[in-house]
Design a protein around this ligand. Structure first.
Ligand code: IMP
Ligand code: MG
Length: 182
């Protein structure tokens, strides 16, 4: 697909993970999560905005009783490079004290955003804290933040679709595509 963005740059979006592949992987992750959380209730935390479709699918695939809350973070730095200084734009509404918390992220890249969020959440004394990400960009990692559940791994490239954006566009695509300038 070739598309034109607001600044009139032509981009090509090359399919990477189809809607069917994503659904199949979400089902596998849900099976793994159900096994690990038997007899408990999960508090899933969506990191907005990127993970909104992923968590919507995951929460319905998981059979373990699940409640949900949302955070919105902004990281200072350039558009493509996170500085590690995180601003909480929207905090959780629930207390997580004593809860089994599962953070649901779209992409872990440098890991700086997640590390900062993890430290903030650990201070609030959850019973447990695990992390699930749709995409793991391991090659870009500069922290050793533990990631417990990984949908797909990739090395480099910028992706959009299924909730992921480029300047707020393409979140509505049902599949994941790699952005290439043409
Ligand atoms: P980091 O791990 O702190 O470097 O930042 C990860 C965040 O950057 C993700 O949660 C996404 O919001 C964003 N991000 C990183 N790579 C991509 C990409 O390929 N497409 C869209 N957003 C991305
Ligand atoms: Mg994110």
């Amino acid at each position: 697909m070739t598309t034109t963005n607001a600044s009139d740059v032509k981009l090509s979006l090359t399919p990477l993970f189809s809607a069917g592949e994503i659904a199949a992987r979400v089902a596998e992750l849900a099976t793994q999560i159900d096994k690990d959380y038997q007899g408990r209730e999960i508090l899933m935390i969506a990191v907005l905005k990127g993970s909104f479709l992923f968590i919507a699918d995951l929460i319905r695939a998981v059979k373990t009783p699940t409640i949900i809350d949302f955070v919105r973070l902004a990281s200072y730095g350039s558009a493509t490079q996170s500085s590690g200084i995180i601003e909480v734009r929207k905090d959780l509404e629930m207390s997580i004290k004593g809860k089994d918390v599962l953070v649901v992220e779209d992409i872990v890249d440098s890991g700086l955003t997640l590390e900062s969020l993890r430290n903030m959440l650990l201070n609030r004394q959850p019973a447990s804290l695990k992390i699930c990400t749709l995409i793991d960009k391991q090659a870009q990692r500069v922290t050793n933040v533990p990631v417990d559940y990984i949908g797909f791994s990739m090395d480099n490239g910028f992706i959009v679709g299924y909730g992921l954006d480029l300047d707020e566009r393409y979140r509505d695509l049902p599949d994941i595509r790699v952005v290439e300038g043409v």
